[in-house]
Design a protein around this ligand. Structure first.
Ligand code: KIV
Ligand code: NA
Length: 263
């Protein structure tokens, strides 16, 4: 694999070639995902659930994500490494900048932040300082208690319109990528068509520029409720490496996700 950069993802957007993304939290799994061809690895704060066993991502600290970012960076190869800003890193612009700097020092090449249009100042100041930003919209798990659960977002026309507007505002502020979680497929397509930057989806239908899943879901080892948008690739695979490769191939061929995985 050639080194994946923001320019690689932008070229994919222009040519219509989709790209695959997967969470990774350590060197061994980052290496396996890279070997399978997966273009983007995310040290997600989902680690609070799949590694630490919490019911949400809220207990995850900056130190936790830095630790796992250092580990994943050691195995990531040519894949692009993104890391999540944890809960409350967006409390002030100053804190956002300091936390993003810590993630970049730990080996991240891009940071992801949850937040709507009001996050524009933080996004602008990070990107001005050379930190590529992915803005996470739709279902934002750090606000689960305010959302009243892990529910599909943007089903009503007015809410869908607001998500599109927020995405535009954040891109104007400097966001290099938008990630959409748990929105109707029609909204996933609308945001992807409205923006010049790559859009990554999880539960956002088949038409986003890239797809992402949590590694534990791909391997079928998550506990509790299985969301509709996940697929267990171990069911037909002979190894973890094979499961990652099957996921990557299905994303590249646009055979995942199907309508059955979409809202
Ligand atoms: O933390 C995470 O794994 C994420 C993905 C689900 C997008 O934010
Ligand atoms: Na996350």
């Amino acid at each position: 694999m050639k080194t994946v950069t923001l320019n690689t993802l932008r070229a994919h957007k222009r040519s219509g070639e989709t790209f695959s993304c997967l969470t990774a939290y350590d060197a061994s799994f980052a290496h396996a995902a890279n070997q399978a061809g997966i273009e983007v690895l995310l040290v997600g704060d989902s680690l609070g659930m799949v590694l630490q066993g919490h019911a949400s991502t809220l207990p995850v600290t900056l130190a936790d994500i830095c630790y796992h970012t250092r580990a994943a960076a050691a195995g990531k190869g040519a894949s692009l490494l993104m890391a999540d800003l944890p809960f409350m890193s967006n409390a002030t612009v100053e804190r956002t900048l300091e936390d993003a700097a810590a993630l970049m020092r730990a080996g991240a090449e891009m940071v992801k932040v949850e937040g709507e249009a009001w996050m524009a100042d933080g996004v602008r100041e990070m990107s001005r300082r050379g930190i590529p930003v992915c803005a996470h919209l739709g279902l934002t798990p750090q606000t689960v208690h305010q959302l009243g659960g892990y529910r599909v977002q943007g089903r009503e026309a007015a809410h869908a319109e607001r998500i599109i507007e927020d995405a535009r505002t954040l891109v104007d502020a400097g966001a290099s990528i938008i990630l959409l979680e748990c929105v109707p497929a029609t909204l996933g397509r609308a945001v992807t068509e409205a923006l010049d930057v790559p859009v990554i989806g999880i539960g956002a239908g088949p038409d986003t520029d890239g797809q992402i899943l949590v590694m534990h879901d791909v391997l079928g080892i998550s506990t509790g409720h299985t969301p509709r948008f996940v697929k267990n690739y171990m069911a037909e695979a002979s190894s973890i490496q094979d499961a990652f490769a099957r996921y990557h191939d299905e994303v590249k061929q646009r055979t995942f996700p199907t309508d059955a995985h979409s809202f």
